[in-house]
Design a protein around this ligand. Structure first.
Ligand SMILES: Cc1ncc(COP(=O)(O)O)c(C=O)c1O
Length: 385
C-alpha cells in the first residue's frame, strides 16, 4: 500500500492528448486557462495568480520578489527542504523556528523571540519575512500570524504546498493574506504532474513574479496569453525558466475540477476513519488538524508518544512487513549539513522528529485499507503497553 499516489485517469489522458494533437506543448493557452481557473476557484483576480513549474519555484520566486538579498526569513525547521533551498536560492538566510507539538505548524511565539534576538544585534541580517507551512493541510493560526507579521513589518510567504482546498475560518487558503505558494506535484491534493502557483495580494508583486518566471523577459507572460511571442526582448532583473507548460496545465485543469466532488471528500473521509480507529489507542497522539472539517488533509501524520524510543520505528517495520508504506514528515532542516547540522538546537522539533509517523493517505485508498493499517497499529501499540 502506497503512502501517497497520483490519482489520474482517463480524463487527464484525454486532456494530454488534446494538447499533443493541438501541437503546442509549452506555455500557452492551457497555462493561462489554468491560472484563470485557479483565480476563479480561490475568488481572487486573475492578475494575482502566477502558475509556475513547481512549488519550489513558487517559493523561490516569492522570496526573490519581496525579500531583499541578504535578509533573513523565519521558517519552521519541520518542513520540506524545498523551503530552505528556495530561501537561499533567493540570496536570503533561513532562520529555523520551532513548531507547535499539537499541529506541527509554526510556533510564532518562538519566531517572535528569534526575531527580537536578531533585531537586538546590529550585526544580524535584517529580517524581511516569515514563511509558515500549512502542515498536513492545516492553516492553523494563519490570521494571527499575519497580524503578528504586520506588527513587525514582515512579509508573509505561506508555504501552502499541503493545503490546496483547505479553509481557515471559512476562507480558502490563498484567498486571503499576503503571498501564498502552492505545489501541484504528483502527490498533492491536486496535481499537474509537476506544477505550482503563487497567489499574491497585490497585482504588482504578481507582475514581478510573472516576469521572473519567464527568464525576466518583460511582457512575455502577457504576450503568450495573447498567443504572441516577444521578438525584441528586454530584461533588467534575474529571471528563471519557471513557467508551467500547456501539458502540465491541462492535467491541472482536470484535477481542479475533480477536487471538490472527488478528492476533498475522499481525503476527509479517510482521515476521519483513521481518527475514529485511533482516538483511544495507547501511545497515539493525533494532530489537531484531524478534527477539522475545513481541512483537506494532504498527509495523515500522528505522534507515537512512548517511553520506548524505538516504538515508532518498530511500528514502521511492522507496517513494512505487511507491505504498507509509512513516512516521516520531515527530517528537520536545521539537522541537515547545509542548514546548521543541529545548531541551534530546536528541542520540540527534534522530539517530534523521533515521534512522527505518516500513514497512507490518497484518494485511491478505501476505508477498508485504512482499517487494515489501523489493525496493525493497534496490535503493535497494545502489545507495547
Ligand atoms: C511543504 C512543502 N513545501 C514545498 C514543496 C515543494 O513543492 P514541489 O515538489 O512542487 O517543488 C513541497 C513538496 O513536496 C512540500 O511538501
Amino acid at each position: 500500500m502506497r503512502l501517497s499516489q497520483s490519482c489520474v485517469g482517463a480524463a487527464e489522458s484525454a486532456a494530454l492528448c488534446r494538447v499533443i494533437e493541438h501541437g503546442y506543448l509549452g506555455m500557452g493557452t492551457e497555462s493561462i486557462a489554468f491560472e484563470a481557473a485557479l483565480a476563479d476557484f480561490l475568488g481572487v483576480p486573475a492578475e494575482h495568480v502566477a502558475a509556475v513549474a513547481t512549488g519550489t519555484a513558487a517559493l523561490h520566486l516569492a522570496c526573490q520578489a519581496v525579500c531583499p538579498r541578504g535578509s533573513a526569513v523565519l521558517v519552521p525547521s519541520l518542513t520540506y527542504v524545498a523551503a530552505f533551498q528556495a530561501i537561499t536560492a533567493a540570496g536570503c538566510q533561513p532562520v529555523p523556528c520551532e513548531v507547535l507539538p499539537h499541529t506541527c505548524t509554526l510556533n510564532y511565539h518562538d519566531a517572535a523571540q528569534r526575531l527580537a534576538a536578531l533585531r537586538a544585534h546590529k550585526a544580524s541580517p535584517p529580517v524581511s519575512a516569515i514563511m509558515p507551512m500549512t502542515y498536513a493541510g492545516n492553516p492553523y493560526e494563519l490570521d494571527s500570524l499575519h497580524h503578528f507579521a504586520a506588527q513587525h513589518g514582515l512579509r508573509v510567504l505561506t508555504d501552502a504546498a499541503h493545503a490546496f482546498g483547505s479553509k481557515h475560518k471559512h476562507r480558502l487558503v490563498g484567498s486571503f493574506g499576503d503571498i501564498t505558494c502552492f505545489s501541484f506535484d504528483g502527490i498533492k491534493n491536486i496535481t499537474c504532474g509537476e506544477g505550482g502557483a503563487v497567489v499574491c495580494s497585490s497585482a504588482q508583486d504578481c507582475q514581478r513574479i510573472r516576469t521572473a518566471r519567464q527568464l525576466g523577459v518583460q511582457g512575455d507572460s502577457a504576450a503568450r496569453a495573447a498567443g504572441k511571442r516577444i521578438l525584441d526582448p528586454e530584461v533588467d532583473e534575474q529571471g528563471w525558466r519557471y513557467h508551467l507548460s500547456n501539458l502540465h496545465a491541462a492535467v491541472g485543469l482536470v484535477q481542479l475540477a475533480r477536487l471538490l466532488p472527488e478528492f476533498a471528500p475522499k481525503r476527509k473521509a479517510l482521515a476521519a476513519r483513521y481518527c475514529q480507529n485511533l482516538q483511544d489507542v495507547p501511545h497515539c497522539s493525533l494532530l489537531h488538524s484531524h478534527e477539522q472539517d475545513d481541512i483537506v488533509p494532504h498527509i495523515f501524520a500522528l505522534r507515537i508518544v512512548a517511553q520506548q524510543p524505538a516504538l515508532r520505528d518498530s511500528l514502521r517495520q511492522a507496517l513494512a512487513a505487511a507491505g504498507i508504506e509509512s513516512g516521516i514528515h520531515y527530517k528537520p532542516c536545521h539537522l541537515l549539513a547545509r542548514f546548521g547540522k543541529g545548531t541551534p538546537a530546536l528541542p520540540v522539533t527534534e522530539m517530534l522528529y523521533s515521534q512522527l509517523i505518516s500513514l497512507p493517505l490518497h484518494p485511491n485508498l478505501s476505508l477498508e485499507d485504512i482499517d487494515q493499517v489501523c489493525t496493525i497499529l493497534k496490535t503493535v501499540l497494545l502489545r507495547a503497553r
